[in-house]
Design a protein around this ligand. Sequence first.
Ligand code: PEP
Ligand code: MN
Length: 268
Amino acid sequence: MAAIQLDLLKVSEWGIFSDTKKPLIIAGPCSAESEQQLFETARALKSNGVNVLRAGIWKPRTRPNCFEGVGADGLGWMRRVQRELGMKTSTEVANVKHVYEALKAGVDLLWIGARTTANPFAMQEIADALKGTDIPVLVKNPVNPDVELWIGALERLNMAGLKKIGVIHRGFSTYTKAKYRNIPQWQIPIEIKRRHKDILMICDPSHISGKREYIQEVSQQAMDLGFDGLIVESHICPEIALSDAAQQVTPSSLSEILSHLVIRNVET
Ligand code: PEP
Ligand code: MN
C-alpha cells in the first residue's frame, strides 16, 4: 500500500497546550481513584505549573481481578478539575462507549492505550466514533514493536478527519527481564517522526521505566532525542496507588525532575 502522508494540525493550533514551550507536560495519576485523590493530585500539579491532567477512568489491566477503574463517575471529577482549577483533562478511551461518554463529559484530550493501538478493529471503531469532532488524540505505541501497526492507527484517525494527532512512546513489552519495564527501542518513534515531521511526539517515561527512580533518566533521554513533551504518572500518595504504584511520583518530585531536565533541542 502506498504511504499516506498524514494531514496534521500543528500543536500550537490545538488549543490545549496554552504554553507551547517545550517540553509539553501532561501529568496525573495512572488511575482516578476517588474525587479527593484526583482533585488533590490535580491541585498540587497545577501549583507546580502543570496545566494538562491525565487520569485513567477505564483501566485496561493485564490480568482480571485488579482495579479496573472507577468508570464514568470519574468524568464528573474531571469536570470539577476543569471548572475549579482551570486545567485541561485527558483520559484513555478503548471503545466506542468510552468515546461517547468522554466527549459528552467534555474531556479535552483523549489517548489510545497500547493494547488498543494493537487492535485494528477497535481502532477503526474509535476513529468512526470520533468522526466530525476535532478533539486531540494521542496514540500510544502498540505493546509490540510494530511501527506499521502504530502508523496504521494514526492513519485510521486521520482518515476519519482528525488532524490533532500525536504519538506517545511508552516502550515495548518483553518476556525477558530487563532494566526497564518496557524496552524503549527509541528508533521506532524516531522512525515515525522521520516519516511525519509535524507529528507531536510525547514520551511516557512512567510506563517505560516501571520504577520511579528511572523517570529522570528516561525523560532526559527523550529530551535529547527531540521529543516534544512528556506524559508522567503522578499521584498525591504513590505508595497507596491502586495501579502502577512503583512508577508514580508525587507532584513535587515531578517538579524536581522537570527542573533538572536539560533541554538541548531548540525548536527549528
Ligand atoms: C496508562 O497510561 O495508565 C496505561 C494503561 O498505559 P499503556 O496503555 O501504555 O499500558
Ligand atoms: Mn499506568
